[in-house]
Design a protein around this ligand. Structure first.
Ligand code: IMP
Length: 176
């Protein structure tokens, strides 16, 4: 057993999620029901905590995407593997992501949701590796900027491990 080194504690996450939920609730106060779209699997814990703290009407959807890989190299191309259940046409949408790394995933989804006629599409991510950006995406609500390290916990995994760790920890592949 190993314990990943703490990068962001449970308490820090809780306080930041409170702040984000308060800001989102204020920004969407007069806009009717907000559609929160969580990107599986990594966002499920963040989305659960965020959604329960909002004070506005909300509807939960999930989407799942996969990156095309050539060997261990990610090409940047993304494909949809599970779609939302209801039309988002004319709806205000907030895409909820665990972490933005190169930006390809979010870029693909924003384009797709706009094409479908959403009234607005904004993004909320708990973490952002800002130095690894390959394609610029607008992050409207950000939890924390982090370095280039691999992080696990609070929904994030390394090869499906440590997803349910209550805090965000840093790991090396050699830890497993
Ligand atoms: P992007 O398309 O490169 O921005 O990739 C975003 C996706 O990469 C996230 O949704 C995660 O699934 C995964 N990812 C990137 N960095 C990490 C990390 O440090 N820990 C866990 N997952 C990560």
């Amino acid at each position: 057993m190993h314990n990943p080194e703490t990068l962001i504690s449970e308490e820090e996450i809780r306080l930041r999620v409170d702040e984000l939920a308060a800001r989102i609730s204020l920004d969407y106060a007069d806009k009717g029901e907000l559609v929160l779209i969580g990107i599986l699997k990594g966002s499920f814990i963040f989305l659960a905590d965020l959604a329960r703290r909002l004070t506005i009407p909300r509807h939960i959807e999930f989407i799942s995407v996969a990156s095309y890989e050539h060997g261990s190299i990610r090409s940047g191309a993304v494909r949809l593997v599970m779609d939302v259940r209801r039309s988002i046409e004319g709806r205000h949408v907030l895409v909820v992501e665990d972490i933005v790394d190169t930006g390809h995933t979010l870029h693909y989804l924003i384009d797709m949701l706009k094409t479908r006629g959403a009234a607005s599409v904004r993004t909320c991510t708990l973490l952002h590796k800002e130095h690894k950006t390959e394609v610029d995406v607008k992050i409207d609500y950000l939890g924390f900027s982090i370095g280039d390290e691999w992080v696990v916990g609070y929904g994030l995994d390394y090869d499906e491990k440590d997803r349910t760790l209550p805090y965000i920890g840093v790991v090396q592949p050699t830890d497993y």
